[in-house]
Design a protein around this ligand. Structure first.
Ligand code: FPP
Length: 247
């Protein structure tokens, strides 16, 4: 049982696995990289839509630790797309108030890309309408292992709070809504720790076709969910009676 529409809350943090670029291209007899190129267009539209709807954080899976295993031409196509996007998108992102943050292992990236990521982050650092986390050379297990190793190096105890603070997304709240496009229903090593209480939404649309209306469908589905965080429905109703603001 969700809240009535008048009280509907926009998810503060939306996370997306942008799946289906390859199939979008193949169905049009195009190379897979053409699908990723169209995926960048779809991402641009989605960022704008999130800003317009008051979403505060958008986290997208652009390149996984496992994507290195794809054909060489696809990997280099994705790297070229990243270089192009870094050069082109920053002015528009700044106009829209978007602060860029790249999440993932930078050690494995070329110097050109690593420098481009830093430059884009610095150029958008004071923007404050939406944080856009682009996960690039990222894996959820990598993130957890890296955080644990960091704590071990510092000689700190491993607790939920200390691990959470050492993770790559410690600068934002956990995702409220986790969307995967492309018809598959799995997490694929994305935000494993952070999605403990995320509402999952699976769309059959391929990522290049995921438009504003599709985002609105996902947000509407989220608004119909009851987020209990381990409590019962009766407890939630009781909390709402006692503190209507917090509910
Ligand atoms: C999954 O679709 C998508 C990716 C591995 C890449 C997602 C990247 C973008 C949308 C572009 C934005 C990123 C950059 C580099 C600026 P898939 O290829 O697995 O599709 P398929 O399941 O149909 O084969």
């Amino acid at each position: 049982m969700g809240k009535p529409a008048s009280e509907a809350v926009v998810p503060r943090h939306v996370a997306i696995v942008m799946d289906g670029n390859g199939r979008w291209a193949t169905r049009r007899f195009l190379p897979r990289v053409a699908g990723h190129k169209q995926g960048v267009e779809s991402l641009r539209r989605c960022v704008r839509a999130c800003v317009d709807r008051g979403v505060q954080v958008l986290t997208v899976f652009a390149f996984s630790s496992e994507n290195w295993n794809r054909p060489v031409e696809e990997v280099s196509g994705l790297m070229d797309l990243m270089v192009g996007a870094l050069a082109r998108e920053v002015p528009r992102l700044t106009r829209d108030g978007v602060k860029l943050h790249f999440v993932g292992e930078r050690g494995g990236l070329s110097e050109k890309i690593a420098a481009g990521l830093l430059k884009a982050e610095a150029a958008t650092a004071t923007n404050n309408r939406l944080v856009l986390n682009v996960c690039f050379n990222y894996g959820g297990r990598w993130d957890i292992a890296r955080a644990a190793a960091l704590l071990a190096t510092r000689g700190e105890a491993i607790t939920e709070a200390s691990l959470d603070a050492a993770m790559a997304l410690s600068h934002v709240p956990d995702p409220d809504l986790f969307i995967r496009t492309g018809g598959e229903q799995r997490l694929s090593n994305f935000l494993l720790w952070q999605s403990a209480y995320a509402e999952l939404f699976f769309s059959d649309k391929l990522w290049p076709e995921f438009d504003e209306a599709a985002l609105d469908d996902a947000i509407a589905a989220y608004q119909r969910r009851e987020r209990r965080f381990g409590q019962t429905s009766a407890q939630l109703a009781d909390n709402a009676r006692r503190d209507p603001q917090a509910a």
